[in-house]
Ligand binder design. Structure first.
Ligand code: FPP
Length: 287
């Protein structure tokens, strides 16, 4: 990753603040880079503030090369590195990656063991550079189900990078959307029982606070590689109004041009959040 520019010298989107909005009066970014905005509204879009990714296709990538599945996962880590760098460069504030689902525990023991080893190794290798580059790491998922060593690495990485203000990298590990909603209900019910919460006051924002993403804004764009068109139990609550982008490229091959295509798709979306078309231009607005 390139060395980071100090926060004081960066623009609003780079500094991790909400991305530019059309008509905000601030300089806008194009959908494919950081050139100055042209006057044509159609081609000038802010990047999504939050991108979520289902990284699918490592196994097939390896099989096509007559390599073991593990080689595909290793190549997948390299693609993660490139994506983190590209998102930081483009002013995306939050990147959430589905690294290991609640359901992935059902894979053969050998593959699960190697994946867990890869996570420990990647954390150890990358965390210092992530810190140097202003990336804040945050983990979501059932961390109690992970090995003691991985839990320790996760806690260390979160503590070491806690002041990163350029990009928040959320890694979903042992995560499932249904598990997330269930754990939120459980904690909420306990707080109600202990009189820390009035059940009559529970609303959408209350539930959101108990979910794993907590105070982070919902993803604006979900990218899924590998050809499947489904959510696979990822952020079920938080994807309610997310734009969904599916592509056939296998995860280890996902690079700059694929990200640019996903951002172009996003830039062309009209986000109405339940309102009417005539209530305004909603291409990048939030409710
Ligand atoms: C899906 O491909 C991928 C996974 C289950 C693991 C994803 C993990 C990584 C990319 C490792 C790096 C992640 C981090 C955050 C360090 P698949 O095995 O289901 O592929 P297939 O559908 O082709 O079999």
């Amino acid at each position: 990753m390139r060395e980071r520019t100090p926060a004081s010298k960066r623009g609003p989107a780079e500094a991790g603040r909400p991305a530019d909005r059309i008509g905000s009066g601030e300089p806008a970014l194009t959908s494919i880079g950081r050139q100055p905005a042209s006057t044509a509204v159609e081609t000038v879009q802010a990047p999504p503030a939050h991108i979520a990714v289902v990284m699918d296709g490592n196994g097939r990538w390896a099989r096509r090369r007559a390599l073991p599945r593990h080689a595909g996962h290793r190549a997948g880590v390299r693609a993660v590195r490139a994506l983190v760098e590209a998102c930081a460069e483009r002013g995306v504030g939050i990147l959430t990656l589905f690294a290991f689902s609640s359901e992935n525990w059902k894979r053969p023991r050998g593959e699960v063991g190697k994946l867990m080893g890869l996570f420990v190794e990647a954390l150890q290798r990358e965390v210092d550079e992530l810190k140097r580059n202003g990336v804040r790491l945050r983990f979501i998922g059932d961390r109690a189900s992970l090995s003691a060593i991985l839990q320790a690495r996760i806690a260390d990485a979160e503590a070491l990078t806690c002041d990163g203000d350029r990009l928040t990298l959320v890694v979903a590990m042992a995560y499932g959307g249904r598990w997330d909603i269930a754990q939120a209900c459980r904690r909420l019910a306990i707080d109600a029982r202990e009189a820390r919460l009035d059940p009559a006051q529970v609303d959408i924002d209350t539930v959101r606070r108990y979910l794993e993403l907590g105070d982070l804004p919902d993803p604006d764009l979900l990218i899924r590689t590998g050809g499947e068109r489904r959510i696979s139990n990822f952020l079920l609550w938080n994807l309610a109004y997310t734009e969904l982008y599916f592509c056939d490229v296998l995860w280890p091959e996902f690079g700059e041009t694929h990200l640019a295509a996903a951002l172009d798709f996003y830039a062309g979306r009209r986000r109405r959040f339940g309102r009417l078309e005539e209530q305004g231009d909603h291409r990048v607005e939030k409710c």
